[in-house]
Design a protein around this ligand. Sequence first.
Ligand SMILES: [Mn+2]
Length: 361
Amino acid sequence: MPDQKIQEYRDSIDSINLEILQLLSKRASVVSQIGKRQTEMGQKHYDPTRESEMLEKLEAANPGPFAGGTIKQLFKEIFKASLDLEEKQDKPKLKYSRKAKPENTTVVVSRGDVRVEFGGAEKVLISGPCSIESWEQMESTAAFVASRGVKLLRGGAYKPRTSPYGFQGLGEEGLQYGARAAAMHGQVFVAEVMDTRDVELAAHYADMLQVGTRNAQNFALLKEVGKAGKPVLLKRGMSSTMEEWLLTAEYILSSGNDQIVLCERGIRTFEKWTRNTLDLSAVAVAKLETHLPVIVDVTHAAGRRDILIPLAKAALAVGADGVHVEVHPNPATALSDNEQQLDFAGFDQFMLEVRPMLGWK
Ligand SMILES: [Mn+2]
């Protein structure tokens, strides 16, 4: 049998709790107003002088039976919650988030009659050589992959190489070859840009601009690419967290360009048997948390050509909107990435196994 007296006290506590709760809410809504006003005026929310004044007043007015220190502690918690509230309401809704835009964004890469859509029913395959080395190499690769249905041709004209003595790319000449080869074979062309000074030129030749893993947090470049008026293939930095990767997309989104395709390409881990570790959870999370299309670059994730097929299948199974794979007429003589580019026969084998998952008509 519960004690009658205790039960009465408890009822009284319950109603006092509700009074405190109402007062806390009332206080929080005033705090929210203060926070908004401070933000408008460019003032900081945290004001230690004001906080200690309030604590002194409360301690002086404290009727007990709680000790002054206890009252201070309790109110400090309230102050902290208030500061959190002010800071939280300052956070803008991030544009990449599904909370800001629930429906999927479709990214369209086009030139003339050629149109490639990311985020539609058909998955996209991006193929071509790592580096554009000569007209013959670029044209023969474009012709070959086009004959297998590839509509988005890649090729690097500016190569970010680990060593300054590695092949640096053909520059504008390479861009011309890529654009011309794509046009000849009914394709669109994507090229990487590394320097803010090259964005205008690259955008002149390419139908889609790529920001590579080594430039993933080159914020000046992201802003410039955002303003170029072309769709962007945005690779994840090899050491970027999800948040860092998605915030790089935010740079481009906040320049007014929502035509962004996110590309997971493997991250650095302790593992040595693959060049990078393909982070397929990141693909699933990006599909869930953002409205942007997501693709997987299997070539750079693996660093070896003997596992490209299973990685591509896994990428598509996890929900990727496409796959990026490098192809070279003669990988052994390629000026970059010769361990992982497919030759034409290897690409045919790749297509045989992966094509059923692409949903191509
Ligand atoms: Mn490459």
